[in-house]
Design a protein around this ligand. Structure first.
Ligand SMILES: Nc1ncnc2c1ncn2[C@@H]1O[C@H](COP(=O)(O)OP(=O)(O)OP(=O)(O)O)[C@@H](O)[C@H]1O
Ligand SMILES: [Mg+2]
Length: 357
């Protein structure tokens, strides 16, 4: 059993990174651990080298992201919640520099000290400003080592703090006036930021900062088969990490993916899209919870579990969504149950959850 709940991707896939390095015949950009071609293989998979696919969906986006990071611009991944922006940023950093852990988590409380450098005040008072008393941030460390720094949820930072990035990104250096020093970035340095479209802010980023980023919009997975494969893969790896000998039920997976795809909105059938976020990340959580329920509680896999989990994990207290779900049961599921009995439990549980007044 793994000793941590989740290890970073460079540890999870250390052997794949090694195989790619050994077989790397492509040209590596200055400061990169792997060539651009191998970075792409690490993320999208490669059958001949037995490298697993880790990001599903827009392959061209991955290639564009790699090209951006080779150049002068930084990369900003924007999109709905749960579309694997953070995962993609982690995968890119792990493959490009073998370290995905130089991270700044943007919040309303982020200050310039978190972006540039801070001081160990005890040492600062005793020894004065020195290299020993300087605390480098993820970005400063990335500049010193020529690697990638990740800036998560950049638009949650106050705008004046975001703007500290403007000169840093154009000059590729950080001034440290207290030491009369300038830290210039080594080749290989770049920044991958992420931003959530549900948060206010992407539009409020200053245009000067926007100019320094290439924007890539990460969309939810639309292909049902790809989504199924991904859910199965993610649930299996979570179960394996806990050494649990149980498999996600195939019928349940089918029902989960179908429900999610229909509830994302379908003009033809008249199903209205829910306000709640129905990303693949939520689907993975539901699939995992259902499987754990079967393993630990002994519940026989049934479609009612999905309705229950949906209520707890995504609908919560959203009254309008409950109405839309009641409509969905009436419009689509009632008819479907006549032909396919495995939906009956979904209908019965859904009625109790969403049709009661
Ligand atoms: N296209 C995809 N390829 C691979 N995994 C995906 C994809 N879409 C969603 N996932 C799943 O979603 C999980 C969560 O993704 P992640 O946290 O990176 O999303 P995010 O876009 O950063 O969300 P947030 O905006 O809430 O921070 C991933 O670990 C993975 O299980
Ligand atoms: Mg994220």
């Amino acid at each position: 059993m793994s000793s941590v709940i989740r290890s970073s991707v460079e540890y999870q896939y250390a052997s794949e990174l090694e195989i790619l390095k050994e077989n790397d015949k492509g040209i590596s950009p200055p400061g990169w651990y792997l060539s651009a071609i191998s970075v792409k293989k690490f993320i999208l998979g490669d059958d001949t080298l037995s490298i697993s696919r880790k990001f599903y969906g827009d392959d061209a986006l991955v290639e564009r992201a790699i090209v951006t990071l080779m150049g002068y611009q930084a990369l900003l991944l924007v999109g709905e919640p749960g579309t694997a922006k953070s995962l993609l940023s982690e995968l890119l950093s792990a493959a490009i520099c073998g370290d995905s852990q130089k991270i700044i988590q943007g919040t309303a409380g982020t200050t310039e000290d978190h972006i540039k450098y801070a001081w160990n005040y005890a040492l600062l008072l005793s020894d004065g400003p020195s290299k020993k008393s300087l605390i480098p941030t993820a970005i400063l460390k990335a500049m010193q080592t020529g690697s990638i720094a990740r800036f998560e949820e950049i638009t949650r930072c106050p705008q004046e703090i975001q703007d500290a990035m403007i000169s840093l990104l154009s000059e590729k250096q950080i001034m440290i006036p207290e030491l009369s020093e300038v830290q210039s970035a080594l080749p290989g340095f770049n920044i991958i930021a992420t931003a959530n479209l549900h948060d206010k802010g992407v539009n409020e980023m200053s245009s000067a900062l926007k100019r320094r980023f290439n924007f890539e919009t990460v969309l939810p997975i639309r292909d049902k088969e790809q989504e199924k494969t991904l859910i199965m893969q993610q649930v299996s790896s979570r179960l394996q990490s806990q050494s649990l000998d149980v498999k996600m039920d195939n019928n349940l997976l089918d029902i989960l993916v179908t429900t999610f795809s229909e509830l994302r909105g379908n003009k033809e059938s008249g199903v209205k899209s829910l306000d709640a976020v129905l990303s693949t990340a939520e689907a993975v959580n539901i699939a995992y919870a259902c499987t754990l329920q079967t393993y630990y509680v002994g519940t026989k896999p049934n479609s009612g579990q999905i309705a229950e989990q949906m209520q707890g994990t995504i609908i919560k207290d959203k009254v309008d969504d409950r109405k839309k779900l009641a409509h969905y049961l009436d419009l689509v599921i009632r008819e479907r149950v006549k032909k396919d009995k495995k939906w009956k439990s979904f209908l019965d549980t859904g009625k109790l959850l969403w049709m009661k007044s």
